[in-house]
Ligand binder design. Structure first.
Ligand code: A2P
Length: 279
């Protein structure tokens, strides 16, 4: 039987749209895995699913939503589009293609996936998102992996994304971006919040706090993120871990614990640099 967890609380985006603070990440699941996992996640209590054109699993996400028995209005769907759509009309085409793959008639949050400054068309891409917002086909718009200089060029045009989704975890604090987001009212979204592929979850500074609370390291990291007012979208296709990742709203970290987790930042030469990497 599916374990039921209380849905995550929501944050308000600048336009008042409510976004659930904890969502299910779907990379690198394929369509078949997504169809099963998304349905299970929604039945469990998840209300936010994060996908992208580039993950090639939007069809599975749509199928999972339809199979879940949860009504469309209760689900918040985020998706993102690739570099080839970076123009005003390209954003419209990307949105239409995502809607078709998802089998939906609107998207909750549509993001420019990477700025791709080499082609220098992310401003046009975002202007395309503004048109989609005005047309009501998306409820909120944003960016992903934008660095301060990329955001500044949007601000110079009077444009502010509702959310900027970035790689963020205790080893990647991204203080410059977080400060800029706060100043402008942009919600910070954290991708790869569990630091996939490194030993972060075994860090003694994290496991000590986990032991104190009788929680897992993943729950401590996710709690640390949401307690700062961020949105986190951890991927799991394991029902026990999916449930664990959502069950973080019934305890709190102390100021000292928050500060201790905020001291683990380190240089990561492997981290994607949005001035050089994108798709
Ligand atoms: P799995 O799908 O088997 O649970 P991230 O969000 O950082 O990308 O993390 C994704 C990775 O972390 C996946 O490999 C996922 O594996 C694993 N993961 C997800 N939730 C947890 C958890 N609560 N504890 C440990 N590992 C987790």
């Amino acid at each position: 039987m599916t374990q039921r967890i209380q849905p995550a609380p929501c944050l308000s985006l600048l336009n008042g749209v409510q976004i659930p603070q904890l969502g299910l990440g779907t990379w690198p699941m394929n369509d078949a895995e997504c169809a099963v996992t998304v349905a299970a996640a929604l039945q469990m209590g998840y209300r936010h699913i994060d996908t992208a054109e580039n993950y090639e699993n939007e069809r599975g996400v749509g199928e999972g939503i339809r199979n879940s028995g949860v009504t469309r209005r209760e689900v918040f769907v985020t998706t993102k589009f690739n570099r080839k759509w970076h123009s005003v009309d390209g954003a419209r085409q990307a949105c239409e293609a995502s809607l078709k793959r998802l089998g939906l008639d609107y998207i909750d949050l549509l993001l420019v996936h990477w700025p791709n400054p080499d082609q220098d068309r992310y401003l046009e891409a975002f202007q395309g998102l503004v048109k989609l917002l005005e047309a009501g086909v998306v409820r909120a718009i944003g960016t992903s992996n934008f660095k301060p200089a990329h955001l500044q060029r949007l601000f110079d045009l009077g444009l502010v994304p509702h959310l900027n989704q970035i790689q963020l975890d205790p080893y990647h604090l991204r203080d410059d971006l977080v400060a800029l987001h706060r100043e402008r009212g942009i919600v910070t979204g954290a991708w790869r919040p569990l630091g996939c592929g490194n030993a972060m979850l075994a860090d003694p500074a994290i496991t000590a706090i986990a032991e104190r609370h009788g929680r897992t390291s993943a729950q401590i990291v996710l709690r640390w993120l949401v307690q700062q007012g961020f949105v986190a979208t951890p991927k799991s296709s394991n029902p026990t871990r999916m449930a664990q990742n959502l069950a973080i709203f019934d305890f709190a970290l102390s100021d000292d614990e928050m500060a201790a987790l905020g001291r683990l930042d380190r240089l990561d030469p492997e981290m994607f640099d949005a001035d050089r990497f994108g798709h």
